[in-house]
Design a binder for this molecule. Structure first.
Ligand code: SF4
Length: 318
C-alpha cells in the first residue's frame, strides 16, 4: 500500500472511488505553440499526438448517450491546433453540454487562429486561460520571450468581446501555477492581486483565478534534482488535508487521451496509468461501471490534497 493510501485509510477514505462523472476532460492533442518549463504534458510544437475525427465522433456519441455528463473540458497541448477543434466545440455545444476550453492565450496571435476568440464568444464557451504571473518577466521566464505581450493582447480582445465583463455571462478564469515545484499560495489572495494588477496595468478584467500547485512530472519533473523532488514530495505529504479528499477531481471526471483512452485524471494520462475498470477506451465507455470505479492512486496524489487542495477547477477547500 502506498503512503497516500495509508493516509486515506487513516481518515476513512480508502479505497478512493469515483462518485460520478459530471465532466469529460478531453485532450485533443499534445502539440502546442509553447514549451513551458512547468508543463506536465511536455507539450511542444514538435508533438504529433492529435485526436482524430473518428475518435471525436465516438466521444460525441458517448456524450449524446450519457446526459449525466454535463461538462466537456477541452484541453491539450494547445487544443486550438487540432484541425477539428471548432467542429468538436460546436458539436458539444449543440448537444447541450457546458464547454470549457483551456488556452495559453498566446496561441491567438497566430494568423490562422485569430478568429477563434469570436468563435468562442459566439459559442458561449467558458475559457480557462493559463497565465502563471501578472508580470512580463514572470510569464516569459516560464513560457518563452514575447509570450506575455501576446497573452495580454488576447485578454484585451476577449474583454472587448464581453469575456470577464459583468452582465455578459461570458466567463474567463485565469489559471496560476508556481514557477517551481511548489504548492500554490492562497487562491483568494492571488485572485485579488491578479485582479488589481491586471486592471491597473492593462485595464483587463476576468472572473476567477484558479491556483494549481505543480505536479512534479513531465518537463518540471525532469528539470528538478532527485533531492528537490524528494523534498517537494515530503512537503506535499506533510501538508495532506483530509478535507480535500471528497472533492479531488478524479472523483468527478474522466480524462480522455488524444488516442481515445480513459484515465482517472490528466496526470495519469501523462504517466500512462489507465482506469482500472469500466472500459479503457472511449468505445468501451460504460457510465455505470466507471462511475463507481476504484481510482488508481500513488504518492503523487498528495499534490491534489496538500493545503487547500488543487484541481483543474481550483482549490478544493476555502
Ligand atoms: S493525482 Fe489524479 S488520481 Fe490522484 S488524487 Fe489527483 S486527480 Fe485523483
Amino acid at each position: 500500500m502506498n503512503n497516500f493510501d495509508l493516509k486515506l485509510k487513516e481518515c476513512g477514505h480508502y479505497p478512493l472511488t469515483a462518485e460520478d462523472i459530471s465532466t469529460l476532460q478531453v485532450n485533443v492533442g499534445y502539440k502546442c505553440n509553447l514549451t513551458c518549463s512547468h508543463c506536465h504534458v511536455e507539450a511542444s510544437p514538435d508533438r504529433q499526438e492529435m485526436m482524430s475525427l473518428s475518435t471525436m465522433s465516438r466521444i460525441l456519441q458517448l456524450l449524446k448517450e450519457n446526459d449525466r455528463i454535463g461538462t466537456v473540458d477541452i484541453t491539450g497541448g494547445s487544443p486550438e491546433l487540432n484541425p477539428y477543434f471548432k467542429y468538436f466545440v460546436k458539436s458539444c455545444v449543440d448537444l447541450g453540454k457546458k464547454v470549457i476550453v483551456r488556452t495559453n492565450l498566446a496561441i491567438y496571435a497566430e494568423d490562422a487562429l485569430q478568429d477563434i476568440p469570436q468563435f468562442l464568444a459566439d459559442s458561449r464557451v467558458r475559457i480557462v486561460a493559463s497565465l502563471p504571473c501578472y508580470t512580463e518577466e514572470g510569464v516569459d521566464s516560464q513560457r518563452g520571450r514575447g509570450t506575455y505581450r501576446k497573452a495580454i493582447e488576447t485578454l484585451k480582445t476577449l474583454n472587448s468581446l464581453g469575456y470577464g465583463r459583468e452582465g455578459t455571462g461570458l466567463e474567463i478564469d485565469i489559471m496560476f501555477n508556481p514557477a517551481k515545484a511548489d504548492i500554490a499560495p492562497d487562491q483568494k489572495m492571488l485572485e485579488n492581486a491578479y485582479k488589481e494588477k491586471l486592471r491597473e496595468m492593462h485595464g483587463i478584467t476576468f472572473n476567477h483565478l484558479i491556483a494549481l500547485s505543480n505536479m512534479p512530472i513531465g518537463r518540471l519533473g525532469k528539470s528538478i534534482s532527485p533531492e528537490e523532488q524528494a523534498e517537494y514530495m515530503k512537503k506535499l505529504e506533510e501538508n495532506f488535508n483530509p478535507a480535500t479528499v471528497e472533492n479531488v477531481m478524479c472523483r468527478h471526471l474522466i480524462s480522455v487521451s488524444p488516442d481515445g483512452r480513459l484515465f482517472d485524471c490528466d496526470f495519469w494520462q501523462m504517466l500512462d496509468l489507465p482506469v482500472k475498470n469500466g472500459g479503457v477506451r472511449v468505445e468501451d465507455f460504460d457510465y455505470d461501471n466507471l462511475r463507481n470505479r476504484e481510482i488508481v492512486t500513488n504518492r503523487l496524489c498528495f499534490m491534489c490534497t496538500a493545503g487547500a487542495g488543487a484541481s483543474c477547477s481550483g482549490a478544493l477547500t476555502s
